[in-house]
Design a protein around this ligand. Structure first.
Ligand code: UD1
Length: 418
């Protein structure tokens, strides 16, 4: 079992080009299924979740070839519409194939994605949205059988929670429906805008992404497209939080800073200096971080739940107290026990976590509990005294390409062992 060995206390400096966004590329790869032929996806990060998605596409009969950060998907040989449980279990977000397969083939058979490390993650909103478009969905012994052949029709869909995955699933399915679909209460995340960009490049008539009302005029014949995926805003804030915690000056490029606003404003309040340009941000550390006003996770443009653990790790080794309130997922404080092993003072009560900065964390052997929890432990170890070990790297590989190598470029003492 490999792990990172990290000796903390080195300040970070330099510039990093941020890889493509995991949460954009997964639905975009699924969207390739909507047209027959060869689509070219650029800035496609090399992550284990992307590999799983490519495996699913291959299993369905497509070709998927990578060269550097470009992936070519040829859907000409699409023959199957069923995804086996082993691949569904690997990655919860594979539920996005439901909408894509329904739109293209009129049927799909997937095993129920079930829970994950963030606690139970229902897909009721996905299913309600697809049923509203005319799909018949039956759930039998953990398998979802969806039929929509010649029945799918554009309608108005209302999402009572702005679910990112349900919005994406509905967008993909709506492309295969005759007539106009309106999604009211849609998620407004930048990754939805990126998916809209790819669908438009395929010839789809989709508008409204980035607002709570999306409109999809379905039935237009789609064609394969070439598209460059946006930069990963959560990877960007991870490197900025690492510099905020360990000290130094770090630039991230390839990410529009307006997608980082909620996190940047917390880092500013904690005492860092930030400068931004069209697709870059530079953080300069100005000493230990201070406690800041309550951090409440919320749908975009609120504070992203995916950055909660990472900012918490940075503030735990600072000075002063900060209250976090996790509103998006249950079980999203699993990193807290591990941070406590490093000397963090964090008390949890329900959705709230009170972090009292201890000045400096210390070395420990800790385990990644989930993707962002793992990244948080790396941030904590970079700023801590002594040499820490962070294990269970499989979680981190789901969302970070070459995390250790990138941090070494910035001057960190981090090695992967063995
Ligand atoms: C996506 C992101 C994930 C991020 C999350 C919230 C991807 C691949 N993952 O996950 O990194 O943390 O958005 O920004 O893009 N819900 C229901 N029923 C449903 C669907 C969701 O109740 O059918 C609830 C969830 O339990 C959660 C909230 O809605 O409380 C938001 O979840 P959602 O936006 O769907 O998250 P994901 O799309 O799974």
């Amino acid at each position: 079992m490999s792990y990172y060995e990290i000796t903390g206390g080195r300040s970070l400096s330099g510039s990093l080009a941020i890889h493509g966004a995991k949460n954009s590329v997964l639905p975009i790869l699924a969207a390739c299924l909507l047209a027959s032929g060869q689509s070219v996806i650029q800035n496609c990060p090399d992550l284990s979740d992307v590999s799983t998605t490519l495996d699913i596409l291959r299993l369905l009969g497509c070709r998927a070839d990578r060269e550097g950060d470009t992936v070519v998907i040829d859907t000409t040989g699409l023959t199957r519409c069923d995804i086996p449980e082993c691949l569904m279990r690997e990655m919860r977000s594979s539920v996005i194939f439901l909408g894509a397969l329904l739109a293209r083939l009129g049927e799909a058979e997937l095993s129920y994605p079930g829970g994950c490390e963030l606690g139970p993650r229902p897909i009721d909103l996905h299913l309600t949205a697809l049923r509203a478009l005319g799909a018949e969905i039956m759930e039998e012994q953990g398998v979802l059988c969806c039929q929509g052949r010649e029945k799918l029709e554009g309608r108005e869909i209302y999402l009572p929670i702005p679910s990112v995955g349900a919005t994406e699933n509905a967008m993909l399915a709506a492309c295969g429906c005759a007539g106009v679909t309106t999604i009211v209460g849609a998620a407004q995340e930048p990754e939805i805008i990126d998916l809209q960009g790819f669908l438009q490049a395929m010839g789809a008539r989709v508008t409204g992404a980035g607002t709570e009302r999306l409109s999809i005029e379905g039935g237009a014949p789609l064609h394969p497209a070439q598209y460059r995926v946006m930069g990963d805003r959560i990877a960007a804030v991870t490197y900025l939080c690492a510099a905020a915690a360990a000290g130094g000056e770090v630039e991230v490029t390839g990410v529009p800073p307006e997608t980082l606003t909620a996190v940047l404003s917390c880092l500013r309040e904690a005492g860092c200096t930030l400068r931004t340009g069209p697709d870059w941000a530079v953080l300069t550390s100005c000493g230990p971080l201070h406690g800041i006003s309550t951090v409440r996770t919320a749908p975009y443009p609120g504070f992203p739940t995916d950055a909660q653990a990472i900012l918490m790790a940075a503030l735990a080794g600072g000075e002063g107290a900060t209250l976090f309130v996790e509103n998006m997922f249950d079980s999203r404080y699993r990193h807290v026990d591990e941070l406590r092993r490093m000397g963090a003072d964090i008390r949890i009560a329900g959705r709230a976590a009170m972090v009292s900065g201890v000045g400096k964390l210390h070395e420990a052997a800790v385990r990644s509990t989930d993707l962002r929890g793992g990244a948080a432990l790396v941030v904590a170890a970079l700023a801590a005294e002594g040499t820490s070990q962070v294990s269970e790297l499989r979680h981190i590989r789901r969302g970070y390409q070459a995390l250790d190598r990138n941090l070494r470029t910035l001057g960190a003492d981090i090695r992967q062992i063995p």
